[in-house]
Design a protein around this ligand. Structure first.
Ligand code: CP
Ligand code: NVA
Length: 315
């Protein structure tokens, strides 16, 4: 099955989006179908207030441009309300527990929480103790909303996901983990290309390999050959200190015109953003016609609106 042959039911049996591990291909296809119709409604200026009266709280312990604005705009367009809660300003930042925060916010009638933080276990605890839906807006281990927006972008470009090869270059980080899971579950071939010491978490890799074709290599040529999508992310994720040894190890994995030339002729370049030109990617690649970075960034809005409708709407 692929996205286009899947018949949507308009619902998924989940309350939360924590890491994609427990999402089936059908769950992902539901999200992609709804994203497509919400994107059309948005561009036609058609009202789609499916979350009228619902409230999303957004807890941020790390910086954000895309995640913050796309969730806030998304909730507004769906007729709901959002609350921005910087962890510096709420008591969580002064040591109040996730448990107590979850219980308190549940009593105020919050319907959903989008949380961006460090530890994956904090996101899972929030879901365990609260009565609301929890959406992972990035942790040190996963960035599921970004990966879903990315595969939606791939689907828009190629009209399918099955058999599409995505090669990811660089740090085996939260993006690498979520792309492996989202790609493997939708029939894509995902190849993570990283040097020894910076490869993805072996447990997450093994989990993704159970669902589909996922490989890890340190050979740029092996990864880029036959690729339809070349993807990279920053050398240093939020919360990581700059380390010259890591920079030296990752520099040979930079996506530049030579790497693009090894891929398929119409291959596209993707990046979750923010990007550092001259580090993980060169300006002549990221600013070229083959780059779909702004389509990817826009798709955060549509895909997250679909996620919120499916998790927080009438079920
Ligand atoms: N890609 C992404 O999550 O961007 P922000 O850090 O700006 O939210
Ligand atoms: N790996 C990056 C992704 C940013 C969207 C980080 O965690 O900082």
């Amino acid at each position: 099955m692929d996205v286009s042959s899947y018949k949507p039911k308009g619902r998924i049996e989940h309350k939360h989006l924590l890491n994609l591990l427990d999402y089936s291909p059908a769950d992902i296809y539901e999200i992609l179908h709804l994203s497509e119709s919400l994107k059309t409604a948005f561009h036609k200026g058609k009202k789609h207030e499916f979350l009228k009266g619902k409230t999303l709280a957004m807890i941020f312990s790390k910086s954000s441009t895309r995640t913050r604005v796309s969730f806030e705009m998304g909730m507004h367009q769906l007729g709901g309300h959002s609350l921005f809660l910087s962890s510096n300003d709420i008591q969580l930042g002064r040591g109040e527990t996730i448990h107590d925060t979850a219980c308190v916010l549940s009593h105020y009638g919050i319907d959903g929480i989008m949380i961006r933080t460090f530890k994956q276990s904090d996101v899972e605890d929030l879901a365990r103790y609260g009565t609301f839906s929890v959406i992972n807006g990035l942790t040190d281990d996963f960035h599921p909303c970004q990966a879903l927006a990315d595969i939606f972008t791939v689907y828009e470009k190629y009209g399918k996901l099955n058999g599409i090869k995505l090669a990811y270059f660089g740090d085996g980080n939260n993006m690498a983990h979520s792309l492996m899971l989202a790609g493997a579950k939708t029939g894509m071939e995902v190849c993570i290309c990283s040097p020894e010491g910076f490869q993805p978490n072996p447990d997450i890799t093994a989990a993704a390999q159970k669902f589909g074709k996922v490989t890890v290599t340190d050979s740029v040529e092996e990864a880029a050959t036959g690729a339809d999508v070349l993807y990279t992310d920053v050398f240093f994720s939020m919360g990581q200190a700059k380390d010259p040894k890591k920079e030296k190890a990752l520099m040979p994995y930079q996506v530049n015109v030579d790497v693009m030339a090894m891929a398929k002729k119409d291959a596209v370049f993707m990046h979750c953003l923010p990007a550092h030109r001259g580090e993980e990617v060169t300006a002549d690649v990221i600013d070229s016609e083959r780059s779909v970075i702004f389509q990817e960034a826009e798709n955060r809005l549509h895909v997250q609106k679909a996620i919120m409708c499916l998790l927080m709407g009438k079920r």
